[in-house]
Design a protein around this ligand. Structure first.
Ligand code: DX5
Ligand code: ZN
Length: 214
């Protein structure tokens, strides 16, 4: 069964509680929390108050995508905010193996996120340390961007390697029902969905995606 991670960056922040409850009722498996520092990526968000706010009314696991430089400094902080999966960018971390070990030690699932231009070759040594691998299909920083077709070759390789290492393979960037159908047979089990999910009725879309890919 595929797992759906709605991107909270795309939610209506004026009605966050209603949106989150709707997503949970619809069958979301995780909430995807994008954290940006305005340096590693040219945007800011999500504020930590959003985490506390969400934790006030749900226990759904949070999947935290850290698009920040030197993420190791902030792992403890995000773990305390309730992160169950913590994904860091190897492009932003000089000592990625140490950071993954720290995430594991704190009881969360260690994940790496790969920019579209980052090859599998540069991270193959740390794949055995990962419980989660997030392949970016857009350049990170903003929702609503165009899907980058050239990332699909890498996704196929990561799908093959997931059988050996056992990590969950996730994609992030302009994912919709058609792309889930195309990428799931390549070994992608988890899908971050932003714009597509908030464009139509999420209950219907999540149900359809789960039915079509069971
Ligand atoms: C992009 C973020 C994504 C984004 C997804 O930098 O990491 O999680 O919010 O939104 P869509 O699905 O619109 O690309
Ligand atoms: Zn993300």
């Amino acid at each position: 069964m595929v797992k759906i991670h709605p991107s909270i960056l795309c939610a209506d922040h004026g009605n966050l509680e209603a949106d989150v409850k709707r997503l949970i009722d619809a069958g979301a498996d995780y909430l995807h929390m994008d954290v940006m520092d305005g340096d590693f990526v040219p945007n800011f968000g999500l504020g930590t108050e959003v985490f506390s706010c969400i934790k006030n009314y749900t226990d759904i696991p949070l999947d935290v995508h850290l698009m920040i430089r030197n993420p190791s400094k902030h792992i403890r902080f995000f773990r305390k905010l309730g992160a169950e999966i913590i994904t860091v960018h190897p492009e932003a971390d000089t000592h990625i193996a140490g950071t993954l070990a720290l995430i594991k030690e704190l009881g969360a699932v260690p994940g790496i996120a790969l920019n579209p231009g980052t090859s599998v070759e540069t991270v193959k040594e740390v794949l055995p340390l990962c419980g989660h691998v997030l392949a970016m299909t857009v350049n990170p920083g903003f929702y609503g961007q165009e899907f980058l077709e050239f990332t699909v070759g890498k996704i196929e390789i990561l799908g093959e390697l997931s059988k050996k290492y056992g990590y969950s393979l996730c994609v992030d960037g302009n994912i919709n029902a058609e792309r889930v159908k195309r990428l799931h047979p390549m070994g992608v089990s988890n899908f971050v969905i932003g714009t597509a999910l908030f464009k139509e009725e999420p209950v219907e879309l999540i149900r359809r995606i789960k039915e079509e890919n069971s």
